[in-house]
Design a protein around this ligand. Structure first.
Ligand code: ADP
Ligand code: MG
Ligand code: ZN
Length: 474
């Protein structure tokens, strides 16, 4: 008997606005607890919310990017529940009238349908001190931060596909500058709905909603665990109920949290303190012009226009800033494969080492293009170029200046190289004898000595040719 896993995701994204959803408080992350609050987001009696226009625009932009239908009119709704992180005892959300419906995002050639996108506000953050479990703390800074919820149809068929969807979603939202989607800071969070059915079975199986997934890794692990738990129950013929479960990262298992809540538990009703949002007919068309080229289109274009491999295109488009940098560097030096190699190789290495982003370091696209050109034109050797890049990266000095200051121009005068080779052979009789005796390893040492003496300015290939030529000659 074969089984099939069915997954649908509910993704919460904190929008990159400066202020909160219904008040003017700051949304910046990491401030002292309860320093970014006011009577509105603390839910004091008598206050009135005002919709953050920027949040609406970011959600609309997302909806357009994912091919959704934007509602002509939509309303906010009160979702009532009682929990310490929610000072009003209701969350302003959207229920029957979401901002947008019916879109899709493609992963590995498959369209994953998006059921709806709606706006709501975030709740506060509870802190449970481990050393003393008799009390908890609440930080209301997060209360009222604009949240966009994206709900997919149950179109995903494996934990891996679910993770791929989340990664693609995150990549797209970052391109759109809708959110930084930092999972560590909680600006991208996801609840996963999962069920298992017998292959060919009509309809869907009983689903479980898994909460508390804080990383792509935990999404994958929790879904793998849940898929096999449900499959086992099906095989054993043990019926189970629809419920909400929590992922326990330490134990690597999901644990029952509560039976599935029903919509009526939340007593949804239209938010009486806010006017409906009404969008003009042309809103979709005008937003389309604001949507930048998204990763998939960009990958395809880089392959087509620059002859990159799909792997190169994937790496270079992972972040918009890197793709922008690549295209700019190619404008200075139109050898795309070479520019790609520099970015994906040495520059990426330096960025990893210093843990910084491509637009937060001094090597401009023009400098990188110039560096690649100097190597290609034979002005400097590859060895020297690697050092130059490091120095430019550390000091911001232009590569051309570094080459000049450090006198790194390649020695292309054959007789000058020969002089150094002769010197090295004279100074290293043992290595030379080994080489003549057929120990090929010795040549590496001799070349290394020549490169040292010339401070990387000789072309190692030519040095090798010269040394090998000697052996045949002598
Ligand atoms: P609920 O009413 O419990 O909130 P919804 O129908 O609104 O359920 O769906 C919530 C999420 O669960 C959606 O992402 C949807 O794709 C997913 N989902 C619904 N049914 C299933 C199922 N049987 N198996 C897996 N995912 C499901
Ligand atoms: Mg739901
Ligand atoms: Zn506030």
């Amino acid at each position: 008997m074969k089984f099939e896993t069915v997954i649908g995701l509910e993704v919460h994204v904190e929008l990159a606005t400066a202020s909160k959803m219904f008040c003017g408080c700051s949304t910046s992350f990491g401030a002292a607890a309860n320093s970014q609050v006011c009577p509105i987001c603390l839910g004091m009696p008598g206050v009135l919310p005002v919709v953050n226009q920027e949040a609406v625009q970011l959600a609309l932009k997302t909806a357009v990017a994912f091919h959704c239908q934007i509602a002509a009119v939509c309303r906010f709704a009160r979702k009532s529940y009682f929990y310490p992180d929610l000072p009003k005892n209701y969350q302003i959300s959207q229920y029957e009238e979401p901002l947008a419906t019916g879109g899709w995002l493609e992963i590995s050639g498959q369209r994953i349908r998006i059921r709806r996108i709606h706006l709501e506000e975030d709740a506060g953050k509870l802190i449970h001190p481990e050393q003393d479990q008799t009390y908890s703390l609440i930080d209301f800074n997060r209360t009222g931060i604009p949240l966009m919820e994206i709900v997919t149809e149950p179109d995903l068929r494996s934990p891996e596909a679910a993770v791929e969807f989340l990664q693609r979603l995150r990549q797209n939202l970052r391109y759109l500058r809708v959110s930084d989607c930092s999972m560590e800071e909680g600006s991208l969070r996801c609840d996963a709905n999962i069920s298992v059915r017998r292959e060919g079975q009509p309809g869907l199986g009983v689903k479980v909603e898994v909460k508390n997934l804080n990383s792509f890794k935990s999404v994958r692990k929790a879904l793998l665990f849940e898929a096999s738990r449900q499959t086992r129950l099906l095989i054993e013929g043990k019926p189970f109920r629809q419920e909400t479960r929590l992922w326990n990262e330490n134990l690597g298992i999901t644990e029952s949290m509560r039976g599935k809540e029903q919509a009526h538990d939340y007593r949804y009703f239209p938010e009486p303190d806010l006017v409906p949002l009404r969008f003009e007919a042309g809103v979709t068309a005008s937003l389309k012009t604001e949507v930048v080229e998204l990763p998939q289109a960009r990958r395809e274009r880089l392959i087509k226009d620059y002859g990159l491999s799909s792997y190169e295109a994937e790496v270079l488009t992972a972040e918009k800033e890197v793709a922008d940098y690549f295209e700019e560097a190619v404008r200075y030096y139109p050898q795309p494969r070479m520019v790609a190699n520099w970015i994906m190789g040495d520059l990426a290495g330096l960025l990893r080492e210093k843990k910084c982003a491509i637009n937060q370091q001094p090597v401009t696209a023009e400098m990188l293009g110039e560096l690649a050109r100097m190597v290609h034109d034979g002005k400097i050797t590859m060895t020297a170029a690697k050092d130059v890049l490091r120095e430019t990266f550390n000091t911001g000095k232009h590569p051309a200046l570094v080459v000049q200051e450090r006198n790194l121009v390649q020695i292309d005068d054959a007789s000058a190289v020969k002089t150094v080779v002769d010197q090295v052979i004279a100074e290293n009789p043992k290595a030379w004898a080994d080489f003549l005796a057929g120990t090929d390893k010795a040549i590496g040492f001799l070349i290394g000595q020549v490169m040292r003496k010339t401070r990387g300015r000789a072309n190692p290939r030519k040095v090798e040719e010269l040394i090998r030529g000697y052996r045949h000659g002598k």
